[in-house]
Design a binder for this molecule. Structure first.
Ligand code: ASP
Length: 335
């Protein structure tokens, strides 16, 4: 011991204090990642509570809580079509305690917002793709049209006064509105909300006329006959709404919009944390209760291959490539 001690002191004094600090921080963050999570984990949803993305987040939060042994909380950071929430998570501490659920809007925002304050591909780590959510074209119950042809005639005749609700540029409801009105060759008054949860409340009350919205928010109201439905945005009819024709089969050939959702973490989140979060997501999607609820809403869980970092990254990159030229051609920008 007598011999070793001076040797050890000499060795330490040779190491610069910055090397020691680095080593200490490395070991601390390594052991923090191993013990993760030791406190509640927040899923940021970039749209209002009570809406479709919020519904998916709250659905997976329950089995994720059980799997992680810590409460998974959902927090709504709303505005600017989901980009405020995305920017918050992009700048958050990469320790796994703040993660992010977003949909196809992650891939449309770069084309819509020339001054986007974050990079969707390089400012995030990828936990995995979650679900694919179809949309439905719905209207207030008393709109004077009973099928797609009548709706088309009504909208063309009343363009100036018809209002279409959506959640702003970056929201999938807005993407769908844009594609739908362009295809029909009409211009309606868009009413932007902080999410389609509150937009639905207004549609049910008759304040706005029509909306394109995800099945996670519309199926219950369609079944309860509280809204009129004029089509789905899928190429095949939905299993849980088999009597509703697709827009494609009603003449809008190839009309397809899917709100694929992904789960992200800030760039730099340790690999051990990412692995735990991915395992928690896989576990949630394997839960039979969740599977039944998703099926009832015609929501498809992502393929096993896509519930992974590489699967989600590939999906995001290919969707950016797909939507950027379409949005540029439509000439739509948010700022
Ligand atoms: N997903 C959004 C929401 O949860 C709305 C949208 O993207 O259209 O409200």
């Amino acid at each position: 011991m007598k011999l070793i001690y001076p040797f050890f002191v000499k060795f330490l004094s040779k190491l610069s204090s910055s090397t020691l600090t680095f080593g200490f921080l490395f070991l601390t963050s390594f052991s923090m990642a191993q013990n993760y999570p030791v406190k509640p984990v927040t899923i940021v949803v970039p749209f209002a509570a009570g809406g479709p993305t919020d519904a998916v987040a709250r659905m997976i939060a329950v089995p994720m809580t059980q799997f992680l042994g810590q409460t998974v909380i959902v927090e709504n950071t709303v505005g600017a079509g989901g980009t405020i929430g995305a920017n918050r998570v992009a700048k958050a501490n990469p320790d796994g305690y703040m993660i992010f659920l977003h949909h196809v809007g992650m891939s449309t925002a770069p084309a819509l917002y020339p001054k986007l304050p974050y990079d969707p591909v390089n400012d995030f780590e990828f936990i995995g793709q979650v679900v694919d959510v179809p949309l439905t074209l719905i209207a207030r119950k008393n709109i004077p049209a009973n099928n797609f042809k009548e709706l088309e005639a009504y909208l063309k005749k009343n363009q100036e006064k018809v209002t279409m609700g959506n959640a702003g540029p970056g929201a999938v409801s807005q993407l769908c509105s844009m594609l739908f009105t362009n295809k029909m060759g009409i211009k309606l008054t868009e009413v932007p909300y902080k999410g389609t949860g509150p937009a639905m409340t207004d549609l049910l009350g008759g304040t706005i006329d029509i909306m394109c919205d995800q099945t996670t928010n519309t199926v219950a109201n369609i079944r309860a006959d509280k809204v009129k439905v004029f089509g789905t945005t899928t190429l095949k009819r939905l299993k849980s709404l088999p009597n509703i024709p697709t827009l494609d089969e009603q003449g809008f050939k190839g009309f397809e919009v899917v709100a694929w959702h992904g789960l992200y973490a800030p760039k730099g989140t340790p690999p051990a944390v990412m692995e735990k979060l991915n395992a928690a997501l896989k576990n949630a999607l394997a839960n039979s209760e969740i599977k039944a609820r998703l099926a009832d809403l015609s929501v498809e869980e992502a393929s096993a291959e896509n519930v992974s970092a590489s699967g989600l990254k590939k999906q995001l990159e290919s969707e950016i490539k797909r939507w950027t030229p379409i949005i540029k051609a439509a000439g739509v920008t948010a700022d």
